[in-house]
Design a protein around this ligand. Structure first.
Ligand code: NAD
Ligand code: MN
Length: 367
C-alpha cells in the first residue's frame, strides 16, 4: 500500500473552509481504494492568525519543513489586520519561490449547468489552460522605497520586474510541451513588450526561438490589453495561454469569471523536475467578505485536489473527480457565487455522492 504524505496549509478565511472539503474527498478515495493507497496529512497552522501571534506567517525553517512531503495542499492567505503584501510574501510566494514551483498551471473549465458570464455560442466547448510564470517577472521582489529629500511628498518607490532567459525559456517550453498533448496544439503568448522594452522583449525573443522547435504547434502572440478583450470577443481562439507572473494572474481571474466564478478555478504550482513538492490551491483568495458563513464554493479547491491526484500518479482518480464535479454542477448543485442556494458542504456531499456512483459504474463494467 502506498502512503502519500501531504502537508496541509488551510491558511485564512475561506481557505480553511474549502480545504476541509477537499480533504473529505481525499478521505473518500482512501476508503474506497481497497487498501491500495492512503493519505497521511500533517497540518500547518500558518497564516494571518499565526502572524498576529508569532510575528511571522510561518516558521523560519517553514520551507524546509515542507521539503519531504509528496505534495502540499493549500487554502488561501490574507485577512484584514495583516497587510496583504506581508501575508502573500510571507507564505504563498515564500513557498512557491522557496521550493522552485516555477510553473503555475491554471485550467479554465466551462462546467455544465453553470450560468455563463460569457455570451458565446461555443462556450460549452471552451477549455483553456493558463500557464503562469511563477518564479520571477513582476513578482521578483526587487525594489525599494527611498526619500529623495526631507519632508512630505518626497518618497519614491521602485518595483522592478526580473526576467531571465532561463526563466522565460523553461515556462515557454512547458507551454509548448503541454500544447502538444492537446486537441488544437496552440500556444498563445502574452506580454506588453511595446511598453516594457527589456524583460518582455526578451520573453518575446525566447518565445520565437523556442517555437521553432515545435513546428507542429500553432502560435499566437498578443499584448496583454488586447488579450483581455480577446478573452471576451474571440474565446474560441484560445487553448494554452502562457504569460508572466502578473499578467497570467490577472487573466486567470478574468478567465474564471467568464467561466462562472472565481470559486471554481483550480491551480497547481509545479516543480516540473520533481526535485521539490508541488503545491495545489484554488485561484481565489481568502474572501473575507464571505468567510465564516459556510457558503464558499469548494469546487476550485476540490478541483485542485484532482490536479494533485494526477500529479501523485492517481490519474484514474483525478479523472473520476473531474467527472464528479461536472456531474454535480450539471445536476444544479450551485453555490451563491453561481446563482445557486447550496452551501459549501452540500456541494461536497453531492460530489462525493457522484464519485460513489462513478466508481460503482466502473466496477460493474470491469466485471
Ligand atoms: P478573493 O479571491 O478572496 O475574493 C474576490 C471575490 O470573489 C470576493 O467577493 C469573494 O467573496 C469571491 N470569492 C472568492 N472565492 C470564492 C469562493 N470560493 N466562493 C464564492 N465566492 C468567492 O480576492 P480579494 O478579495 O482580492 O482578496 C482577499 C484576500 O485574499 C486578500 O488578503 C488577498 O491578498 C488574498 N489573496 C490570496 C490569494 C492566495 O492565497 N493564493 C489569492 C488572491 C488573493
Ligand atoms: Mn490571483
Amino acid at each position: 500500500s502506498k502512503k502519500f504524505r501531504l502537508a496541509v496549509i488551510p491558511g485564512d478565511g475561506i481557505g480553511k473552509e474549502v480545504v476541509r472539503e477537499g480533504l473529505r474527498v481525499l478521505d473518500f478515495f482512501e476508503q474506497n481504494s481497497g487498501g491500495k493507497y492512503s493519505f497521511e496529512s500533517d497540518f500547518f497552522p500558518w497564516g494571518c492568525e499565526y502572524y498576529l501571534e508569532h510575528g511571522k506567517m510561518m516558521d523560519e525553517d517553514g520551507v524546509d519543513k515542507l521539503r519531504d512531503y509528496d505534495a502540499i495542499y493549500f487554502g488561501a492567505v490574507g485577512f484584514p489586520g495583516v497587510p496583504d503584501h506581508v501575508s502573500l510574501w510571507g507564505l504563498r510566494i515564500a513557498i512557491c519561490q522557496g521550493l522552485d514551483q516555477w510553473a503555475n498551471i491554471r485550467p479554465v473549465e466551462f462546467l455544465p449547468g453553470v450560468p455563463r458570464r460569457l455570451n458565446h455560442p461555443e462556450a460549452d466547448k471552451l477549455n483553456w489552460v493558463l500557464i503562469r510564470e511563477n518564479s520571477e517577472g513582476e513578482y521578483s521582489g526587487v525594489g525599494g522605497r527611498n526619500f529623495t529629500g526631507r519632508g512630505p511628498g518626497k518618497e519614491v518607490a521602485v518595483q522592478s520586474s526580473l526576467f531571465t532567459e532561463h526563466g522565460c525559456e523553461r515556462i515557454i517550453r512547458y507551454a509548448f510541451d503541454l500544447a502538444r498533448t492537446r486537441k488544437r496544439k496552440k500556444v498563445t503568448s502574452v506580454t506588453k513588450s511595446n511598453a516594457q522594452q527589456f524583460g518582455m522583449v526578451l520573453w518575446d525573443e525566447v518565445f520565437e526561438h523556442v517555437s521553432k522547435e515545435y513546428p507542429d504547434v500553432e502560435t499566437d502572440q498578443w499584448l496583454v490589453d488586447a488579450m483581455a478583450a480577446q478573452f471576451v470577443l474571440r474565446p474560441e481562439e484560445l487553448e494554452v495561454v502562457v504569460a508572466s507572473n502578473l499578467f497570467a494572474d490577472i487573466l486567470s481571474d478574468l478567465g474564471s469569471a467568464l467561466s462562472g466564478s472565481l470559486g471554481i478555478a483550480a491551480s497547481a504550482n509545479l516543480n516540473p523536475e520533481r526535485r521539490t513538492p508541488s503545491m495545489f490551491e484554488s485561484v481565489h483568495g481568502s474572501a473575507p467578505d464571505i468567510a465564516g458563513k459556510g457558503i464558499a464554493n469548494p469546487i476550485g479547491t476540490i478541483g485542485s485536489a484532482a490536479l494533485m491526484l494526477d500529479h501523485l500518479g492517481l490519474q484514474e482518480e483525478a479523472e473520476q473527480l473531474n467527472q464528479a464535479i461536472r456531474e454535480t454542477t450539471r445536476q444544479g448543485y450551485l453555490t451563491r457565487d453561481l446563482g445557486g442556494t447550496h452551501n459549501t458542504e452540500e456541494i461536497t456531499d453531492a460530489i462525493i455522492d457522484n464519485l460513489g456512483k462513478i466508481q460503482a459504474n466502473q466496477d460493474t463494467k470491469e466485471k
